[in-house]
Write a protein that binds this ligand. Structure first.
Ligand code: 6PG
Length: 239
């Protein structure tokens, strides 16, 4: 697990954008299947990306999927797709057919099945699971990642690619990528910023598999953590 700590959330976002561009530039003939998370943390990165890194990004070699989605319509303020569309994808020259949103407005069980099948068709598989090139993850202050919450650890070993989960804080249904496809990715990259995440970062870096985020960080093959000093408060190790 490679840990990189930046002085601020803006510099962390910039560092991650440049790392993603570097990964794609290292394989200039490859189409990258990238699954992104939502929540509030990546909003800053998407905004910076649209304003400062649009030209250096190989948009025509990117297919965008979601790690998880709230079961709400795309125009709902909770929508992970809606957030990325409004901040980045709506301005980026990415072919429309290369953006595969989870339909949060659909019946959750049916959508989890539909999106699982779509990903299995679109993303090459390795050892029986879709192999994304890059999966971007966040971590909740409760230790969740994707929308796999503490107490739902059975989703880390689900036989389905996507399932319906429930946010225990508010009962909101979610469509969530499960453990095996996450662990199967070529690059698993966490973006974690803010002092509120210092505890979960300490768990990820110093404890065992104490929650879904820690489990993924310890079991995925190729993991990078991009953090600011606030999130890295208890582990030090500045960039
Ligand atoms: C979501 C995200 C989720 C997120 C963490 C962190 O739909 O909420 O995909 O996994 O990465 O909850 O969320 P914040 O960035 O809002 O702290």
């Amino acid at each position: 697990m490679k840990v990189t700590v930046f002085p601020s959330s803006i510099e962390t976002s910039r560092g991650l954008i440049l790392r993603l561009v570097e990964i794609m530039n290292n394989e200039p003939d490859r189409i990258f299947n990238i699954a992104v998370s939502g929540g509030s943390t990546p909003a800053l990165m998407f905004d910076l990306w649209a304003n400062e890194y649009m030209e250096i990004t190989p948009w025509n070699r990117m297919c965008i999927y979601w790690v998880d989605e709230r079961c709400v319509p795309p125009d709902d303020s909770d929508s992970n797709y809606g957030m990325m569309r409004n901040l980045l994808l709506g301005m980026a020259p990415i072919p429309y057919e290369n953006v595969f949103r989870i339909r949060g407005e659909a019946k959750p069980v049916k959508e989890a099945a539909r999106y699982s099948e779509l990903v299995k068709q679109q993303v090459p598989s390795k050892q029986g699971w879709p192999e994304f090139d890059i999966i971007l993850l966040g971590a909740g202050d409760d230790g969740h990642t994707s929308s796999i919450f503490p107490g739902q650890e059975e989703l880390l070993t689900s036989a389905s690619v996507y399932v319906v989960s429930i946010n225990p804080r508010n009962g909101q249904k979610r469509i969530a990528m499960t453990g095996y496809p996450i662990l199967n990715a070529r690059h698993v990259i966490f973006l974690i910023t803010g002092k509120g995440k210092a505890d979960v970062v300490e768990e990820i870096c110093k404890s065992g598999d104490v929650g879904p985020a820690a489990y993924v960080a310890h079991h995925a093959q190729n993991v990078e953590l991009f953090m600011d000093e606030g999130a890295a408060l208890y582990i030090g190790d500045r960039k």
